[in-house]
Design a protein around this ligand. Structure first.
Ligand code: HEM
Length: 399
């Protein structure tokens, strides 16, 4: 079957902030693999089926090297060049394998569970502050942003007091390309590398009790450690924040689900997985074919960029019954919210612990939580850019 190439739909339907763009859902209903027109004239592919996306993510013939990728968004020629040594999210084996092996042991379920008590303390402090302040408050500034930021800073050994500079740089890096120019994004990346590079140099001389110091005792060069530090800081700051903010927004817009979580805190493990599936805050991943590959009856030529639409794969009715319904009891095993295959999120156990602790504590403290503005006035982040991390930039709530 031949299809004409489509452009990537990026616009979510007003009033449906939790759903992928309706046009993307329509395309995915027609075919799980569709030719995709990229802004620079490249013709690649759009994969939307859940099984297909997982197959691509598990196939070493598809590369993660960002410098080989074309961007589907108007105005950009290529994806960014790699951020230098150590930035292993955009590397393939064997380089990727080497870094991943050095880090996997530092992010095990057991190690992350040990952090639970500290995360609970930080969460309680922020809920206390919210209660003292009284509603309405912006849940992003008061809760969703500081908790993951403090935790990743403590884990890595990055001073939280420096956050103003690196938070802004990370936000610039991940921002909608309409809002930030490519030059501003390079500048932000350069500033992050300079900042983390100085920290790494200091930890070589005087190690402290944290992950970056731990890594200075191994085989990694300062440049590699800097790249790893930038990646972990950037990945750890923004993602969990957006899940906490958009997740709370979604729960408040589904009062039966919020009530269920308040009444049955033991639902939280499955609630976190379901929110990851339902919201897919990393809506699209991308890979490049390193050779000609036969996929679902189509020939994907070497050099083709394949966009993997995780947001619609996580709503694939062939995988999830009643896929457009938020159902905290479903436990959606196999969702692609943390990716799949060798690049599957390194920080997922940390993110899970943070989300479980934060959602449980929020529901216990403020069962009467509600939006303090009409739902369509909640400002969304990157709503029109489906290659960036999606979320809410503020969430005014009261109780
Ligand atoms: C809810 C929060 C999070 C979400 C939704 C998320 C999502 C993802 C996704 C989808 C990928 C796969 C990227 C790809 O295949 O191209 C990924 C990779 C990664 N994530 Fe996360 N992440 C989260 C939290 C974190 C945290 C807290 C950390 C930091 C410790 C982290 C560190 C990483 C790293 C280092 C990678 C690259 C792994 C590799 O290439 O081997 N993530 N994440």
């Amino acid at each position: 079957m031949t299809h004409t190439a489509v452009e990537l739909p990026t616009q979510r339907t007003p009033g449906c902030p939790f759903d992928p763009p309706a046009e993307l859902t329509r395309i995915s209903a027609e075919s799980s693999l569709t030719p995709l027109a990229f802004s620079d004239g490249h013709e690649g592919w759009l994969a939307t089926g859940h099984t297909l996306i997982r197959r691509v993510l598990a196939d070493p013939r598809f590369s993660s090297r960002i410098e080989l990728m074309h961007s589907p968004l108007p105005g950009s020629q290529r994806m960014e060049p790699p951020a230098g040594p150590g930035f292993f999210i955009s590397m393939d084996a064997p380089e990727h394998t080497r870094y991943r092996k050095l880090l996997t042991g530092k992010f095990t379920v057991r190690r992350m569970k040990l952090l639970t008590e500290r995360i609970e303390r930080v969460t309680t402090e922020h809920l206390d502050a919210m209660e003292r302040h009284g509603g309405p408050v912006d849940l992003v500034a008061a809760f969703a942003q500081p908790i993951p930021s403090i935790v990743i800073c403590e884990l890595l050994g990055v001073p939280y007091e420096d956050r103003q500079s690196f938070q802004d740089d990370v936000a610039t890096l991940f921002a909608d390309e309409d809002a930030q120019t490519r030059d501003e994004q390079y500048e932000a990346l350069g500033a992050l590398r300079t900042y983390v590079g100085r920290l790494v140099a200091a930890k070589r001389v005087t190690p402290t009790d944290d992950l970056l110091s731990d890594l200075t005792t191994g085989e990694l060069t300062d440049d590699e450690l800097t790249g790893i530090g930038v990646l972990l800081l950037a990945a750890g700051l923004d993602t969990t924040t957006n899940m906490l903010a958009l997740g709370t927004f979604a729960l408040l817009r589904h009062p039966d689900q919020w009530a269920a979580l308040c009444a049955e805190p033991e639902l939280v493990d499955s609630a976190v997985e379901e929110l990851m599936r339902y919201l897919s805050i990393v809506p699209n991943l991308a890979r490049v074919a390193l050779e000609d590959i036969e996929l679902d009856g189509h020939l994907v030529k070497a050099g083709s960029t394949v966009l993997l639409a995780s947001s619609v794969a996580n709503r694939d009715p062939a995988k999830f019954a009643d896929a457009h319904t938020l159902d905290l009891r479903r436990n959606p095993v196999g969702h692609t919210g943390f990716g799949h295959g060798v690049h599957q999120c390194l920080g997922q156990q940390l993110a899970r612990v943070e989300m479980r602790v934060a959602f449980t504590a929020l529901a216990a403290r403020f069962p009467g939580l509600r939006l303090a503005v009409p739902a369509d006035e909640v400002p969304l982040r990157n709503a029109g850019n489906s290659t960036a991390i999606y979320g809410a930039s503020a969430l005014p709530v009261t109780w």
